[in-house]
Design a binder for this molecule. Structure first.
Ligand code: ADP
Length: 556
């Protein structure tokens, strides 16, 4: 800046200097020429008097002078010349100053001398005898004048440069210092010179605008994070280079990335070939989808490009936990296979017996046995189909069933009574004790729970064994306990008995008409009532299953 100001000032000074010099030169030059001409005029008059008095003698007696003197005859021939042989000179009548002198008595001119080849001043006078006396002097050239001024001129230019440098230094310091000390964080508090005010006001207004925009952006970011933070689905927003711009809690947990991952490359923090492929795919502008296994769970990853004007400037990566969905699908597949298998066995027996009976090959004495078998298998089939229907109804959420206030004790008493014939047939003592315990529930499903638990207690028991039902009313819950003295369940199997078609002893279950679905129905019914199930069992000692129902109202 200082250098620029210095050179600007210098340039101005030099231009002004040269312009004034040129002007001065021409004025001085004119003045000089005029005074030289006046001097020449005066000397010509003196020479004229001398020539008129003494003629050629006067001229010959003149000492060597700077000025050239020429005496010209009336016909133009040169009679005398101080610098040339008079005979060698041509006719002078056509010379401008001679022509003028011929007309008016005196003449002058400034021109290139034909004989001397220099710029010369001429002054001529016509004498009384018709001859002309002419004096000429070499004119001082402009160059000579300029050269004579060179030294003082150089001194002036040097002085101008020094003054310019000092001025430039001081001026630039005065200009630049307030700029260097500007506090751009608080532009309106700056006490710089007036000309800076528009600039400072502009900065101030832009800063205010930027602050407002920043606040708005922060607010939007907070809103976005608040909205996405609690989403169960994982969400990661990446820029076009794959760096994390935003990551919600579910995604952080799933990918094992803390909040400090923002700004970093997702693949560097947690590399997975599937995610890499998804990001590559989304970068090409196409949404991509993949199933990714993480920590025993299954997740559906969806990468969508974020496009602006047809260009990908970010990627939204969403993660859905599909573990349960996949499990449910696997269970459904397994269930269908099991159902087909379970239905096939009794149907084959029925079909076989019926075939034998219809062929007439069965002895009359055996007919009751075969038809009894058909009857038993049909009953098993009916029980199986009923349980399957019941279970799929529960899978649907049993929405058509009404919830109402139910006295669990009264309901259990009725169910126990319905099972008394079966208990007697099995030689098992069936007993119920307890107190009124009201809960909100679906009576049919609650009956099903009591029925299945008691039925199992009877079925997996010994003749002479016991099944005891207890109903307790607790402050916050109602508790149903079915305790038997039966065969018991091995500890390793206790978890699995609630699975569909799972039986500890398949042949025994089938022998007693079990379908393998009773406890699944109990589990689903209990779940619809928010009830918890607890199993305690010891081999050859018996089993106790406790179902605890909360008393609060359950919204369907
Ligand atoms: P099932 O129709 O075969 O009885 P469940 O789902 O009711 O089917 O029971 C699953 C399996 O759990 C039964 O096959 C049986 O092996 C075992 N089980 C259930 N309850 C008892 C119990 N009270 N005592 C012993 N074993 C039981």
């Amino acid at each position: 800046m200082t250098r620029r100001i210095f050179w600007s000032i210098c340039l101005v000074a030099i231009v002004v200097l040269l312009a004034s010099l040129a002007l001065n030169l021409s004025v001085v030059y004119d003045y000089f020429t005029k005074s030289q001409m006046n001097q020449l005029e005066m000397q010509t008059h003196l020479a004229a008097q001398g020539v008129q008095a003494d003629g050629l003698e006067y001229l010959s007696a003149l000492p060597d002078a700077d000025n050239r003197i020429t005496w010209i005859a009336a016909d133009g021939s040169v009679l005398f010349d101080t610098e040339n042989q008079s005979g060698s000179l041509g006719n002078h009548l056509e010379r401008e100053e001679i022509r003028e002198a011929l007309d008016s008595g005196a003449g002058q001119s400034i021109r290139l001398s034909e004989t001397m080849n220099v710029e010369s001043l001429y002054y001529a006078l016509r004498l009384e005898d018709g001859t002309f006396i002419r004096l000429s002097a070499n004119q001082q050239s402009r160059r000579t004048l300029l050269l004579s001024m060179l030294k003082p001129l150089g001194a002036i230019i040097l002085t101008a440069l020094i003054i310019s440098a000092i001025l430039a230094f001081q001026l630039s310091r005065r200009l630049v210092q307030p700029l260097n000390t500007l506090d751009l964080d608080h532009p309106m508090e700056c006490k710089a010179y007036e000309e800076l005010s528009p600039f400072l006001e502009r900065i101030h207004s832009q800063q205010t605008q930027l602050k407002q925009q920043e606040a708005q952006l922060k607010q939007k970011k907070r809103e976005f994070e608040a909205a996405t933070w609690n989403m169960t689905e994982g969400l990661v927003i990446l820029n076009q280079h794959g760096n994390i711009l935003s990551i919600n809690r579910s995604a952080s947990q799933l990918l094992g990335i803390s909040g400090y991952g923002v700004g970093k490359d997702l693949l560097l923090l947690n590399y997975s070939p599937e995610v890499d492929q998804l990001i590559q795919g989304a970068r090409s502008g196409e949404p991509c989808e993949k199933t990714v296994q993480i920590g025993g769970g299954e997740y559906q990853f969806l990468a969508s490009p974020i496009l602006t004007g047809g260009k990908v400037f970010g990627i939204a990566l969403m993660m859905f936990d599909i573990t349960e969905k996949q499990k449910a699908e696997a269970l459904r597949r397994e269930f269908s296979a099991n159902v087909s298998h379970e239905l096939k066995t009794p149907l084959q027996t029925i079909s076989g017996c019926a075939e034998l009976l219809s062929s007439g090959m069965v002895q009359p004495a055996d007919v009751p046995r075969f038809s009894g078998q058909i009857h038993a298998e049909s009953k098993r089939l009916i029980a199986l189909v009923e349980d399957i229907i019941g279970l799929s109804h529960l899978d649907e959420g049993a929405r058509d069933m009404q919830r109402e206030t139910v006295d669990l004790f009264a309901l259990a008493q009725n169910t126990v009574e319905s099972l008394r014939p079966a208990a007697q047939a099995a030689g098992v003592e069936l007993d119920i004790q307890g107190e009124a315990a009201e809960i909100i529930g679906i009576p049919q499903l609650l009956s099903g729970i009591v029925f299945n638990l008691c039925d199992n207690g009877i079925k997996y028991n010994h003749p002479g064994g016991k099944v005891q039902v207890f109903v307790e009313s607790l402050p916050e819950a109602a508790r149903l306990t079915v305790q038997d003295t039966g065969i018991g369940i091995p500890e390793s199997e206790q978890e699995r008995i609630f699975e569909r078609f799972y039986r500890v002893d398949k042949s025994r279950s089938k022998a007693v008409g079990g379908t393998g679905l009773g406890l699944s129905i109990v589990k689903h019914s209990a779940r619809l009532h928010d009830a918890t199930i607890e199993v305690q069992s010891h081999i050859k000692q018996g089993t106790t299953i406790t179902v605890t129902f909360p008393k609060g109202e359950k919204q369907p």
